[in-house]
Design a protein around this ligand. Structure first.
Ligand SMILES: C[S@@+](CC[C@H](N)C(=O)[O-])C[C@H]1O[C@@H](n2cnc3c(N)ncnc32)[C@H](O)[C@@H]1O
Length: 281
C-alpha cells in the first residue's frame, strides 16, 4: 500500500500529491545519538510559539524560526507578516542570532520591517534539485533563510576550516578567513533520498541544511531555541555539535515524532514557567 502526501510547495504544486512509500510514513527512524548527546535536548510540551517565546527561560545563542510558510500546508493567514515580525521581535529578546525560513517572495517583505537591533547578516538559500513538482513553468528549487543578528553576535567562520587551513592558521599563515557559501545545496528528503532521516513530517529540513547555520553561530555548550521544531531536526544537529537545544511545536503529533526520533520524552506540563515577558519591558 502506498500513501499520498502533500509537499509544501506553491499553491499549484500543493494540489499535486507526491507519493511516498508507506514504509516511511508512520515509521520514524531513531537518530543515531549517544545518551550524552540526547541529554543536550529538551522537548517542551506542545505550545504556541508566542507562548514559548514569552515563557521559556534560559540563555540562548540562536532562535530558529521555521514556521509554516503561508501557502500550501499550514494554510494562509492574512496577518502573516505582522505575526512573523512579532515572533522575530520576541526572539530577538532571547538571543543574538535569529534565523527565519520561508518562500523568497514572502520572506523578502520582511527586510523592510526588521525589529531593531536586528539586522541582516545573510540571505541564505537552500537549493534542492529534486523537487517532485510537475507544474508547467519554473519548478520550485529553493527556500530562503534570513540570518538576522544583533551587533554583538559572534560568528564562527573558523568552524568551516579544513585541516590544511587550520594548519595554516596555527602557523599564522592564513591570510583571510574564508566563509561558507550562502547557498546550501542538499536534496529534499523524499522517496529514497535521506530515508534514514524521514519521519513523515511534511516539511522537515534535512540535517545537512541546518548544520551550517548552527556551526556558524554556536560553539559546544551554547543553547539554541527552536519553538516551531517540527520533526526536531534542530535537536539532532545541535546534539551532534555538542550544543544544547530547547524544542517545542504546537502539534501533539509532531511532538510525538520528536520523542521517537530523538529517543527522549517531553518535559511535564507542570514544568512550564509562568510568563516573564512583563519583566523584560
Ligand atoms: C516548516 S515546519 C518545521 C520543520 C522543522 N524545522 C524540521 O526540520 O523538522 C513548521 C512547524 O511549525 C509548527 N507550527 C506552526 N505554527 C505554529 C505555532 N503557532 N506555534 C508553534 N509551532 C507552530 C508546525 O506544527 C510545524 O511542525
Amino acid at each position: 500500500m502506498r500513501q499520498l502526501w502533500l509537499t509544501e510547495q506553491t499553491p499549484d504544486d500543493a494540489r499535486l500529491p507526491t507519493e511516498i512509500d508507506s514504509a516511511s510514513a508512520g515509521f520514524v527512524h531513531e537518530a543515531s545519538l549517544t545518551d550524552t548527546q540526547r541529554q543536550l535536548v529538551t522537548l517542551l510540551p506542545p505550545a504556541d510559539v508566542l507562548e514559548t517565546l514569552q515563557t521559556v527561560e534560559g540563555r540562548f545563542q540562536v532562535v530558529m524560526l521555521d514556521p509554516w510558510y503561508n501557502k500550501g500546508v499550514g494554510g494562509v493567514r492574512e496577518d502573516y507578516l505582522d505575526w512573523l515580525t512579532h515572533v522575530i521581535d520576541l526572539s530577538a529578546r532571547l538571543a543574538p542570532h535569529v534565523f527565519v525560513w520561508g518562500f523568497p517572495e514572502i520572506i523578502a517583505r520582511l527586510l523592510d520591517r526588521l525589529p531593531p537591533p536586528l539586522s541582516l547578516v545573510a540571505w541564505l538559500t537552500w537549493y534542492y534539485k529534486n523537487c517532485p513538482s510537475v507544474i508547467r513553468g519554473w519548478r520550485s528549487a529553493q527556500y530562503t533563510c534570513l540570518h538576522l543578528a544583533k551587533p554583538e553576535a559572534t560568528l564562527y567562520p573558523e568552524h568551516f576550516l579544513n585541516e590544511a587551513q587550520l594548519e595554516k592558521q596555527r602557523q599564522g599563515k592564513l591570510r583571510y578567513m574564508p566563509g561558507p557559501p550562502s547557498v546550501i545545496e542538499a536534496p529534499l528528503n523524499i522517496g529514497f533520498v535521506g530515508r534514514s532521516e524521514q519521519t513523515g513530517h511534511p516539511s522537515q529540513k534535512p540535517e545537512k541544511v541546518l548544520e551550517p547555520l548552527y556551526r556558524m553561530t554556536t560553539k559546544a555548550g551554547d543553547t539554541v531555541l527552536d519553538p516551531m521544531c517540527g520533526a526536531g531536526t534542530s535537536g539532532v544537529v545541535c546534539a551532534r555539535l555538542g550544543v544544547r537545544s530547547v524544542l517545542c511545536d504546537v502539534s501533539e503529533q509532531y511532538s510525538a515524532i520528536v520523542e521517537r526520533r530523538l529517543g527522549i520524552v517531553r518535559r511535564p506540563e507542570s514544568d512550564r514557567p509562568k510568563s516573564w515577558l512583563s519583566r523584560l519591558d
